[in-house]
Design a protein around this ligand. Structure first.
Ligand SMILES: [Zn+2]
Ligand SMILES: [Zn+2]
Length: 234
């Protein structure tokens, strides 16, 4: 789940060309986030270095920093820098990067790598990787290094796990699409929402309002199911 623009985090940019990165981390499940410095890796051949401009606040950030999912996930890694609705500008690319160049507007969602060899990865469904999906934060790279998310100045991600943000889309508005947006876009596409189809969205919250806008844009007839008419005007 995700909140939207009003909750977007704006981070000051400093130390653009150094590995040491400033962010906000939860030291443990009970304390508020606090400033935290950590190291990002030097870009490898296929890595893109992204100056983070905005990062949405997803409710799963709160669940994970409070360690509420440790039974579902293998472990929680503290200190934890949350954030998986990341948008920013490419400032550096590895020698073999072909998809992005300096200045490109890009995004990073919930995962930053996967095994690349299992059936799911080969089918382009890396989010279902059955061997080792690497979450954007609270996860581990293939070498065991903990991952840190988007509540930070910059991130280094393999180009194959980076998304392009169209020029005509504002970066702040684009951030929540990286989790809340794709969560609704995926089923709507899967079920071919479009002209002649009816879509019902249960609840118009952080995800629901995305579903309304996306299904409408796809040409479907959209109905919101809600317990009251409080949000009717919206
Ligand atoms: Zn895989
Ligand atoms: Zn999320």
């Amino acid at each position: 789940m995700s909140t939207y623009k009003s909750d977007t985090v704006v981070l000051e940019q400093e130390n653009k060309n150094t590995k040491t990165t400033k962010g906000y981390a939860a030291a443990n499940p009970t304390t508020p986030l606090a400033p935290f410095s950590f190291e990002r890796r030097d870009p490898r051949e296929h890595d893109v270095v992204i100056d983070i401009k905005y990062c949405g606040i997803c409710h799963s950030d709160i669940h994970q920093t409070r360690d509420e999912w440790s039974e579902a996930l293998e472990e929680s890694i503290f200190p934890m820098v949350p954030g998986h609705e990341i948008v920013g500008i490419v400032t550096r690319v590895g020698d073999k990067v072909s998809k992005y160049k300096l200045g490109d507007k890009v995004g990073v969602g919930c995962f930053v790598d996967s095994c690349r060899t299992c059936a799911e990865c080969k089918a382009g469904l890396e989010q279902y990787c059955t061997v080792h999906g690497v979450y954007t934060y609270n996860g581990r790279e293939h070498d065991g290094t903990p991952t840190y998310g988007g509540y930070s100045e910059m991130i280094v991600v393999d180009e194959n796990y980076v998304l392009r943000i169209p020029e005509n889309l504002a970066l702040d508005a684009a951030a929540p699409l990286l989790c809340a947006g794709i969560t609704l876009y995926s089923p709507l596409r899967h079920w071919n929402a479009g002209p002649g189809k009816s879509v019902a969205i249960v609840g118009m919250g952080g995800l629901g309002h995305m579903g309304v806008k996306l299904a409408h844009a796809m040409g479907a007839e959209v109905t919101v199911l809600s317990q009251s008419l409080k949000k009717q005007a919206d």
